[in-house]
Design a protein around this ligand. Sequence first.
Ligand SMILES: C[S@@+](CC[C@H](N)C(=O)[O-])C[C@H]1O[C@@H](n2cnc3c(N)ncnc32)[C@H](O)[C@@H]1O
Length: 256
Amino acid sequence: MTFDIRQQDVFAFLDSLPSESVDLVVTDPPYSGMNQHLQLGHGRIVGDYKDAGNGGKWFAEFQDDPENFRALLDEFYRVLKPDRHLYIMFDSYSMLTLGPIVREVFDVKGILVWDKVNIGMGRYYRRRHELVIFASKGVRPLSSKDRPDIITVKRLYRTEYPTQKPVAVFDAMITASVEPGFVVIDSFVGSGSSAVAALKAGCTFIGADIAERAVSIAQWRAAMFATTGNDPLEGDHRLPLPRGLQVDDMTQDTAA
Ligand SMILES: C[S@@+](CC[C@H](N)C(=O)[O-])C[C@H]1O[C@@H](n2cnc3c(N)ncnc32)[C@H](O)[C@@H]1O
């Protein structure tokens, strides 16, 4: 099992990858747009959004304006081999604003719904889902023909990293689109859930995150999984984070 997780800005990371060197892009970008729109209040996830500069508590956010997002997609297209897939996660608001841009670059094949089973926050309808655009560069079938477009996986609570997604969500996407030995990338790796799913599928994983803490956690997690076969952040084999990576005074009760 091989992995390489780097502390890098998304564009520096993608720039370092040769053209047509990647077999699958699967990623979960930070969307400031929705959060600013909803004025979520005090720093549950990335600090206080009402503060100029976001409070900066957890991580500096990717600027999700349409131009930047289009540039990101162009880079994903460049590094992806022909006849390969791409999965990008969206919340409802970023889907409305940025989702259509994916069609300018990729062949959008469908939208997946991640049903988190348990209800979340929301002033009107309370959120229970996230969305994923599934797209291709060229033509590639899925690994089987009986996959539903709803991924039903319970959200995680009391996670070690804010916005940490269940590995099973990435399992559903990755196993549909890879063969063993494929190179999978995630340029917003966070806690490394996508890394664990990629390694589990027998792939090589290359990831990046701008946040030092994310990279340390993801590197530790991927290394633990590669050596023991157990995920230290989920399931029956959870372990405390190593010293220096613990949250200390930052509290969170819900992720994703
Ligand atoms: C939604 S989280 C990803 C969570 C991840 N899927 C998981 O399960 O833990 C988005 C990540 O993007 C990172 N990020 C924000 N701006 C970035 C940038 N400019 N370049 C690279 N990573 C960035 C954040 O530090 C954060 O960890």
